[in-house]
Design a binder for this molecule. Structure first.
Ligand SMILES: Cc1cc2nc3c(=O)[nH]c(=O)nc-3n(C[C@H](O)[C@H](O)[C@H](O)COP(=O)(O)OP(=O)(O)OC[C@H]3O[C@@H](n4cnc5c(N)ncnc54)[C@H](O)[C@@H]3O)c2cc1C
Length: 216
């Protein structure tokens, strides 16, 4: 019975895909007029415009993430975890890569998924314009893991300064791109510098944190 339903597959549960799956679930899924399936490589959604707060340490990402499974259950759509790695338009199927555990052991094999309508909303990532050294030496801010990496790097600088005997250490942070993300990140890091000193990581004084935003 389910197989005869019109199959709408949405790949990418970001700002666009999650909202679409939720609305279609309420409108069509609930009345069994279509089978809505959302596919995402992650198991939880995190609202990207908050990433700078995770990077600065003012927001714990785990407290703000939304489980795709739960959202699907509440809003009458289906969620399938996996990374889309292929598209066969003639046969109207997409391929999902195998899911492996942290040791590289396969948990779920490669699968294919049929669709009648396919919506691809995979988002975008920062463009380094092939600038030599950028990938090797810069931190990026496109997802939760990267935001947490920025935060860990920041904290490590503070821990190192706290443990060393260096007098009046400085911290220089360069942010490339003065769009909303870069500017908000600069403001949040400025705030973090004050808070970190207030909480006892005071080897680097707030006035010794130099934040430079670079914009073309
Ligand atoms: C740090 C930051 C701050 C921002 N601040 C603002 C703001 O203040 N205001 C504003 O309007 N916009 C802001 N943006 C931009 C906004 O987040 C994006 O425009 C929006 O998220 C784009 O939505 P999307 O659905 O196209 O893609 P995304 O939200 O990026 O979602 C893409 C989804 O696709 C999934 N995915 C990717 N590849 C695959 C694959 N192969 N298989 C399965 N799933 C896959 C990802 O896991 C992700 O869940 C910000 C962006 C960033 C990075």
């Amino acid at each position: 019975m389910t197989d005869q339903l019109h199959k709408i597959v949405i790949v990418g549960g970001g700002a666009g895909g999650l909202g679409l799956a939720t609305r279609l679930g309420k409108k069509l899924g609930k009345k069994k007029k279509a089978r809505i399936t959302l596919v995402d490589v992650r198991k939880t959604h995190f609202w990207k415009p908050l990433l700078h707060e995770v990077a600065a340490g003012s927001l714990n990402a785990f407290e703000d993430e939304l489980s795709y499974l739960a959202q699907a259950k509440w809003n009458h759509f289906h969620f399938l975890p996996g990374r889309m790695c292929g598209l066969d338009r003639d046969n109207k199927t997409i391929t999902l890569a195998p899911i492996n555990d942290d040791n590289g052991e396969e948990v779920v094999p490669e699968r294919s998924l049929e669709y009648d309508d396919l919506v691809i909303c995979l988002g975008s990532t920062a463009n380094d314009f092939n600038t030599p050294g950028a990938v090797d030496h810069c931190l990026f801010l496109d997802n939760r893991e990267e935001a947490e990496r920025v935060h860990t790097t920041l904290l490590n600088h503070y821990l190192h300064a706290q443990a060393s005997r260096e007098k009046s250490p400085e911290l220089n942070i360069a942010i490339i791109g003065a769009g909303a993300t870069g500017v908000e990140l600069a403001a949040e890091l400025h705030h973090a510098a004050i808070e970190l000193a207030r909480y006892g990581l005071d080897a680097i004084q707030p006035n010794k944190v130099k934040i430079t935003v670079i914009e073309g």
